[in-house]
Design a protein around this ligand. Structure first.
Ligand code: FAD
Length: 278
């Protein structure tokens, strides 16, 4: 039996960052079902840091995170251009108003400026909005740093330890895992897409977290995208793309498809349709 004050279930960015911050103030056990932490959403992110993304409950947190991330070297220059065709114009106006409300820097771009920034962009995209503070975020480095900080602070990381049952015991909790049982005073649910399942195992009221699938295709193009090209986002949320190392391009159809939590293996994507959009 492993004993802890606080058991955190899930070693993605949420669980790892919490363990890093509280690891020296309590006996913490970080429980991960996979053989390595960061295997699911955290390891599959498009890795951009944007102050205009996520809506009013997320945006202030993103803005507040910037000094720490920057001081510790986890943000790198990228920039973002939001683009609109005639249909997307009202959405771009709304975005500009939101950015102004939140104090996020932005500037309008005409077609000529768009052509320079995004060579080959289809002619119907005539208006753009820059978001110069948008950055690439080193997700692997950040997550690895949190895991290392947590370990240095004494956190016990259990891998291959899928949680199978949770029950009240001795005023705390007894957590059954595939790596053996854990007893803990407090349980933190950081299980990402599986959060509702974990709360159900503990007999807690449903918290109703719905997982959504987001697809990314990795492409090579001829000619290759310039490595310093900005992240390009369609104002209507139909796609985004950004250059990656080695002349590759990451393209997402910006899908949000409700799914049951599962290991999202690459699935067939109609790439031709996605590419035709830009
Ligand atoms: C394609 C894609 C692109 C994205 N792009 C961006 C982006 O550019 N910028 C951005 O900020 N965000 C992006 N995100 C979102 C971001 O990746 C997630 O918000 C973040 O990684 C969620 O972290 P998490 O720790 O909550 O979840 P996860 O990383 O999924 O961690 C949850 C962990 O819990 C573990 N777990 C689950 N059930 C159990 C169990 N029963 N027992 C033990 N362990 C369990 C899982 O194995 C997993 O490791 C993107 C997401 C996707 C999918």
């Amino acid at each position: 039996m492993t004993h802890a004050d606080i058991a955190i279930i899930g070693a993605g960015i949420a669980g790892a960052s919490l363990a890093a911050m509280i690891g020296d103030r309590a006996r913490v056990v970080l429980i991960e079902g996979e053989s390595q932490p960061g295997y699911h959403s955290t390891g599959r992110s498009a890795a951009f840091w944007s102050e205009s993304y996520g809506g009013p409950s997320v945006q202030p947190l993103t803005t507040a995170s910037r000094p720490w991330l920057e001081d510790n070297g986890f943000l790198h220059p990228r920039g973002c251009v939001h683009i609109a065709d005639a249909q997307g114009r009202p959405a771009l106006d709304d975005l500009a108003a939101e950015m102004a409300d939140c104090g996020v820097a932005h500037e309008w771009m005409d077609r000529a400026a768009l052509e320079t920034a995004i060579p080959g962009l289809r002619s119907e995209f005539t208006l753009g909005l820059t978001e110069p503070t948008c950055r690439d975020i080193d997700v692997g480095g950040l997550h690895g740093d949190f895991i290392a900080r947590a370990r240095r602070a004494g956190t016990n990381l259990l891998t291959d330890a899928e949680v199978t049952d949770i029950a009240r015991a001795d005023g705390g909790w007894r957590i059954g895992t595939r790596a053996g049982p854990v007893s803990s005073r407090i349980v933190v649910n950081a299980a990402g897409a599986w959060a509702s399942r974990i709360s159900a195992l503990a007999g807690a009221s449903a918290i109703g977290i719905q997982p959504y699938r987001r697809t990314i295709a990795q492409l090579t193009t001829d000619p290759a995208m310039a490595p310093d090209m900005p992240l390009v986002m369609d104002a209507l949320g139909r796609f985004y793309f950004k250059p990656e190392e080695g002349g590759r391009l990451w393209l997402s159809p910006h899908d949000e498809t409700p799914v049951e939590p599962h290991d999202v293996a690459p699935e067939e994507l109609d790439v031709a349709i996605a590419i035709d959009r830009f």
